[in-house]
Design a protein around this ligand. Sequence first.
Ligand SMILES: C[S@@+](CC[C@H](N)C(=O)[O-])C[C@H]1O[C@@H](n2cnc3c(N)ncnc32)[C@H](O)[C@@H]1O
Length: 194
Amino acid sequence: MNYRCRSAFKLLEIDEKHHILKPGFIVIDCGASPGSWTQIAVKKVNADGSDNNSVKGKVISIDRQLLYPIEGAIILGNTDFTEASSQDKVAKELGGAKVDCVLSDMAPNATGIPDLDHENIIKLCYSVLKFALKHSNVGGSVLVKLWQCGDTKQLISDMEKFYRSVKAIKPKSSRSDSAEIFLLGREFKGLKVT
Ligand SMILES: C[S@@+](CC[C@H](N)C(=O)[O-])C[C@H]1O[C@@H](n2cnc3c(N)ncnc32)[C@H](O)[C@@H]1O
């Protein structure tokens, strides 16, 4: 299928069930290297304009590692998503437009110390969540990967403040012996400006 890595099947499975990627959508793919989620997102939202009968979407992909070009996607390689300057770059690419779906398959380098690894991945999730709250369309969605840990409940409860539905998902294509799960927040409620 020419996907750059097996993670592709996790997103395909999630999207088949929850339909988070639609033609015309604006998508941010955080932790995108080597690029299989971006490959899928480009096709699903028609970011490459290959489907003349559908509206064209946009995919902006970020990774702190090198990310080789993918036709139809805006690629920000060597870019740490957690840095304010990186998120400014993404915002610049958005040009004021709001995002329909924020994806994160980001994972920190495992230290082998479970508490530290969990703390690090939770930090990544909150960084994605904060970005999503600032830049999403009302009704938008966010999908984040994490390793199940003591902080999972708190993250779900924080997401529930801003999304009408929050689901924990374990795709069949994710190894059953791994603690990996995905949290999907749907129908962003919007932020009240006071
Ligand atoms: C499991 S891989 C992603 C695979 C990707 N979804 C795909 O389908 O090809 C996790 C990625 O997260 C990236 N990552 C981890 N921390 C990051 C950060 N702070 N900013 C940007 N990317 C990060 C890593 O460099 C790595 O490439």
